[in-house]
Design a protein around this ligand. Structure first.
Ligand code: 4H6
Length: 165
């Protein structure tokens, strides 16, 4: 079963008519360009977005050709609909919008420096005989930063060597 074009086009018009700027329209599909952090940051700068979700066997190609600006996939696997990919994309985009997150957490995180995140610890100092690394308790901020950088590089080399240029 393929979703017919007219109701989708009508829904699109009902959103767009009266807007000053035409929203970018994204179709979530396994055939799209694979989504990543760079794309999330890029899309977070758009004033408006419309996410079109296929279900069943997808959407009639003619309405895609008529209204879609970009086709995006969240990875190489098949789902029953584009709704979960849309939620994934919305979450990844919104957290890059000023004021959505409260603090510095967006600065340091995985991928923002192109590397995977270093390990995180909190209290207690000892859990099941496992200690928080001494350097993190030292209060020496330069050493802590250096340790985190080294950990990020090590874990990226081990798990995702493709991320190291
Ligand atoms: C559009 C076209 C996205 C939407 C076809 C959607 C995976 C992703 C869908 C389909 C999706 C992804 C219908 C094709 C079911 C496969 C919905 N699956 N499909 N990776 N499915 O982002 O058969």
């Amino acid at each position: 079963m393929v979703l017919k074009p007219e109701p989708i086009y009508d829904a699109y018009r009902s959103i767009v008519d009266g807007l000053e700027e035409k929203p970018k329209v994204i179709y979530l599909s396994p055939r799209g360009n694979v989504f990543n952090q760079q794309k999330a940051i890029e899309l977070s700068k758009e004033k408006h977005l419309i996410l079109l979700c296929g279900h069943y066997e997808g959407v009639d190609q003619r309405v895609i050709d008529e209204i879609v600006d970009e086709e995006i996939s969240i990875g190489d696997y098949v789902l029953t609909g584009g709704e979960l990919p849309a939620m994934v994309v919305i979450d990844a985009i919104c957290r890059n919008i000023e004021g959505v997150l409260n603090n510095e957490s967006i600065q340091d995180e995985s991928f923002n420096n192109g590397l995977l995140e270093y390990p995180q610890y909190t209290r207690p100092e000892v859990f099941m005989g496992r200690r928080v690394p001494d350097v993190l308790l030292s209060g020496h901020h330069a050493n802590i930063e250096k340790w985190r950088r080294e950990q990020s590089e090590k874990i990226t080399r081990e798990r995702r060597p493709d991320l190291i240029k």
